[in-house]
Design a protein around this ligand. Structure first.
Ligand code: ZN
Length: 429
């Protein structure tokens, strides 16, 4: 074992332990904070949220945080199993000696990725089952039957295979044959693939899982169309999705690009909100477009992937990168799938510590979208819509502030409504 390898093992172990400790610390803060505020509705909401709803939100939040801890602990153990305890090495060696190599270098590499994918997928199943049929079920959110759950699983595995296999094969091929700047080519390919998925998702992929019907409510349609015209926004269509098939959680979103953009409302959202409130929620989404948040997100994703591929390009040729994580590399032969897998395993350990930066940007964007919605529609509607959504989704009104900094992509209700109340009041002469 070289000195670099030992240093990398130590760094890898240290960051794994540090991440684990941080996640446990944050979750225990959140659990303590939410449980501590369980018995009284915050004053600002006392008139509008019942104690019963507040306590349901607290219990749901705590149940999810506890379960998250179990998942975190399991993921860390699994990561150790794959790396320092030799799981990945055993799998890799078994495939190298399996005779698959007779079919060229790509076949055993794809087999390694597929085997890893299948094993990880299977190990994840109990968590997905428990989360859907225990936690979501207990709080009345789950609407899925076991049959639908199985059908979803089969469909996503097939879709993953159909679109994942070609792109992975292409990237492995580039890694093997495009010279020392392969990572630049691979990056370009990966970006093209991402854009293609953005285009295909609304029209090809999402309809495999849900039904999309054009919005039929004429009054709402007229109202929403007027709002979009007022905001200078063209979309290909307004659709209603049967979200209630799986869950009682409500949402609305935009998908697609350019002229192919469409607005999708969950049927659960239309059931819970008044037309004015739907308008306000849509105006919030339009705010994300007006402020170019989607574009900014895509650009930052492009930039980070470029850095990632460049880093992978360098790491994949360093022996210590493999041996430091308990795997014997095969540097004289095709080794790229192994490099890719180890990279994907190790990167989240480091990126977890910069996640608060991204969460912060995201919360800032939410405030901007809220402000836009208040300027374009009735601010009171947005306030009542948000309050309904927070309540119907059992989102806690009293999250731990430090937990929020790390994990919340949306600001807590109190902050959002506080800012909005201020904006609404100052708009009244
Ligand atoms: Zn938003």
């Amino acid at each position: 074992m070289s000195r670099y390898s030992l240093v990398f093992t130590l760094l890898f172990s240290a960051i794994l332990v540090l991440g684990l400790l941080t996640k446990f610390y944050l979750a225990s803060r959140q659990i303590r904070h939410v449980a501590g505020h369980r018995n009284s509705v915050p004053t600002a909401f006392a008139a509008r949220i019942s104690l019963q709803a507040h306590q349901k939100a607290a219990d749901y939040t705590v149940a999810k945080a506890r379960f998250g801890l179990l998942e975190t602990a399991f993921a860390a153990a699994l990561l150790l199993g794959w790396t320092l305890l030799g799981g990945m090495d055993a799998l890799n060696q078994a495939l190298i000696h399996s005779g698959l190599a007779a079919h060229g270098s790509l076949v055993p590499q794809l087999a390694l990725l597929a085997a890893f994918g299948v094993i990880s997928g299977l190990l994840d199943l109990p968590f997905s089952l428990y989360s859907t049929f225990r936690i979501e079920e207990r709080f009345g959110f789950n609407k899925m039957t076991f049959r639908l759950w199985l059908a979803d699983l089969a469909k996503s595995a097939l879709v993953g295979l159909a679109i994942g296999l070609p792109i992975v094969a292409l990237i492995l091929w580039l890694m093997g044959s495009a010279g020392s700047f392969w990572w630049l080519w691979a990056w370009g390919t990966w970006m093209g693939f991402n854009l293609l998925v953005l285009v295909l998702f609304p029209t090809v992929i999402a309809p495999l899982f849900n039904k999309f019907k054009p919005l039929e409510d004429e009054a709402l349609k007229a109202r929403v169309t007027a709002l979009m015209q007022r905001c200078g926004f063209a979309a290909k269509g307004l659709f209603v999705m049967d979200g209630s098939k799986r869950s009682a959680h409500a949402n609305a979103y935009f998908t697609g690009f350019g002229a192919a953009k469409r607005v999708v409302f969950y049927d659960t959202l239309l059931k819970q909100l008044s037309p004015g409130e739907v308008d306000a929620v849509l105006a919030h989404e339009l705010g994300h477009f007006k402020h170019k948040h989607i574009l900014k997100r895509i650009i930052s994703m492009f930039a980070m992937s470029l850095a990632g591929f460049a880093l992978l390009g360098w790491l994949s040729s360093q022996a210590w990168f493999y041996t430091g994580m308990g795997v014997k590399p095969n540097l004289s032969e095709a080794n790229d799938a192994l490099a890719l897998l180890l990279f994907l395993l190790v990167v989240p350990l480091f990126s977890f510590f910069i996640s608060p930066v991204f969460a912060r940007f995201s919360r800032k964007h939410e405030f901007e979208a809220d402000a836009y919605a208040v300027s374009q529609t009735n601010g009171k509607d947005l306030q009542s819509a948000l309050l309904k959504l927070y309540q119907d989704n059992a989102s806690t009104l009293t999250p731990d502030p430090v937990f929020v900094k790390f994990y919340y992509s949306h600001p807590p209700a109190a902050e959002r409504l506080g800012r909005m109340a201020h904006a609404v009041e100052s708009a009244v002469p």
